[in-house]
Design a protein around this ligand. Sequence first.
Ligand SMILES: Nc1ncnc2c1ncn2[C@@H]1O[C@H](COP(=O)(O)OP(=O)(O)OP(=O)(O)O)[C@@H](O)[C@H]1O
Length: 264
Amino acid sequence: MRAGAEPGDAIIRVRDLVVGFGDRVILNGLSLDVMQGEILGFVGASGGGKSVLTRTILGLVPKRAGTVEVFGQNLDTLSYVQRRQLEQRWGVLFQQGALFSSLTVRQNIQFPMREYLDLSPRLMDELTIAKIEMVGLSPDVAEKAPSELSGGMIKRAALARSLALDPEILFLDEPTSGLDPIGAGEFDELIATLQQTLGLTVFMVTHDLDSLHTVCDRIAALAEGKVIAVGPIETMLASDHPWVSAYFHGKRARAAGFGTNGAR
Ligand SMILES: Nc1ncnc2c1ncn2[C@@H]1O[C@H](COP(=O)(O)OP(=O)(O)OP(=O)(O)O)[C@@H](O)[C@H]1O
C-alpha cells in the first residue's frame, strides 16, 4: 500500500454523480464509497448503468455533475502527469475485449508496462512470468495467442495484464461471465486470494450470485440511477426494496441454492 490509505478509509468516493447520453440520464445523483481493502460487488438491472459508473470512475465517460475522488484525489483537478500517475495505481478487467487478439499473452501483459514504465526487456519478461504464475497459469502460456486459450485462460491472462503495474485497486466488469460454474468458482477464489495476498481493493460488477455470496465483503445495488442499498449480503437479504428483494430472493437466487431467508 502506498502512502495515505488505511483499512476503513474510502479509497473511491463518488458523490451526487449524474451521467447521461443525449436526453437519457443513466446515473442520477449516485453516491458510493469503496473502502480500502474490500471486495465490493456492484449489482443492478441489465442496462442500468453499472459499466457506465465504472467507466466514469476511470474517467472514460464525461459526467454532467458530481465528484469522483480516488485515493483522495478529485479526478477533475488533476494535471496530465498526475492523472497518468493515478492510472498506474489501478488495474481494469473489462467485460469485452479482454486481450488484444493480435498480441501474445506476454505482449498483452507487457502492454501497460511499456505504456507507463521504463523497464528493461529482461525485467519485463521476469515480471510477466510472475504475473502469469500469480493467476494460476503456466509460464508457457506467455508465447500463446489469445485464440489458443480457453475462455477461462483468457480471463486469467487478462487478469494478469490488469495486475501488470502492481495496482492497488482492481476494477472487474463481470469477470465470471461466460465461465461455467466451476470455472467461475475458481476465478472467484483467485480474486479472493489475490485480494488478500496483494492487499487489493476490488470493485466488481457482477450478476453472479455465487460471487456475491462467497467473495464480496459488501454489495451495492443500483436502481433508478442511484445506489439504493449497500452493505454486506445480510443487508441485501433484509432489504425491502422491490428490485433488491426480487434479485436476492427470486428464482435465480433459489436456483443457486439460497433459501428465501438467505441461508444456503
Ligand atoms: N457511450 C454511450 N452512448 C450512449 N449510450 C450509452 C453509452 N454507454 C452506455 N450507454 C447506455 O447506458 C445504459 C447503461 O449501460 P451499461 O453498459 O452501463 O449497463 P450495465 O448496467 O453495465 O448493463 P449490463 O449488466 O447489461 O452489462 C445502456 O442503456 C447503454 O445503452
